[in-house]
Design a protein around this ligand. Structure first.
Ligand code: SF4
Ligand code: SF4
Length: 220
């Protein structure tokens, strides 16, 4: 798999948006409070349209008199091997001088520290459904994303190929389907919350109640 050859540029370069599903999953799996890993980011006026078009849920809170929208991301911290940039707080990074490359450079290794409970956006990157919403489509960060002149922000060490994903086709379709469902669910939840916003301290009680009671039966 191509990611095993990579130093994790995507985990440093992009904001990692998370849904309520991701928040609850990570909090339960690691037994940590949301405040430890959730970054509540104000959405700037110039970003509003793009974020809406990308189906990212945005919430208002009474703490600032509902003046701004906020999105939820994983926190970032200073990268351990590229201290001039930030990385996802869960990225494990080594600059290993025992593993010298042929050119004498140290080998940089980076792996997800929460692989089993990583957010759905990470689990699916760089695959998404095509415009019809039916067929998984592999995007190619190596060629499609603008190049940035920083080794910690390089994406994918080579062209992404179908063969990289073919062995996992079934699980990718399942995971993408779940991702699309959860993304829409969280966006609908944001619309509901924003009709009568409350304070930030009420938010986590609200989502726990919703997500813990999502299964219902005709008899309930
Ligand atoms: S959760 Fe894991 S895969 Fe996702 S950005 Fe963080 S380190 Fe990378
Ligand atoms: S940048 Fe590409 S190869 Fe590297 S971890 Fe991200 S998806 Fe995998």
């Amino acid at each position: 798999m191509i990611c095993s050859e990579c130093n994790g540029g995507c985990c440093r370069r992009f904001p990692i948006d998370i849904s309520g599903y991701d928040m609850i999953k990570i909090s339960k799996a690691l037994m940590i409070d949301y405040s430890y890993f959730v970054d509540t980011r104000v959405v700037k006026e110039a970003e509003l349209e793009k974020i809406k078009n990308n189906n990212i849920a945005m919430f208002k809170f009474t703490d600032d008199s509902c003046e701004s929208y906020y999105r939820f991301c994983l926190k970032k911290i200073k990268s351990k091997v590229f201290p001039d940039i930030v990385s996802c707080m869960f990225l494990q990074e080594w600059n290993d001088n025992l593993l010298k490359q042929p050119d004498g450079e140290n080998e940089i290794i980076a792996r997800c520290g929460i692989y089993e409970c990583r957010p759905l956006t990470c689990a699916n990157f760089p695959v998404k459904f095509d415009l019809s919403g039916n067929f998984p489509h592999i995007t190619n960060p190596y060629t499609d994303a603008p190049k940035i002149d920083h080794p910690g922000l390089d994406l994918c060490p080579r062209d992404v190929k179908n063969e990289d994903f073919r062995p996992f086709a079934d699980s990718i379709v399942k995971s993408l389907t779940l991702y699309n469902y959860e993304e829409k669910f969280f966006k609908d939840l944001a619309d509901f919350w924003n009709t009568e916003p409350k304070s930030y301290s009420e938010f986590y009680k609200f989502i726990e109640k919703i997500y813990n009671n999502r299964l219902s039966s005709d008899k309930s």
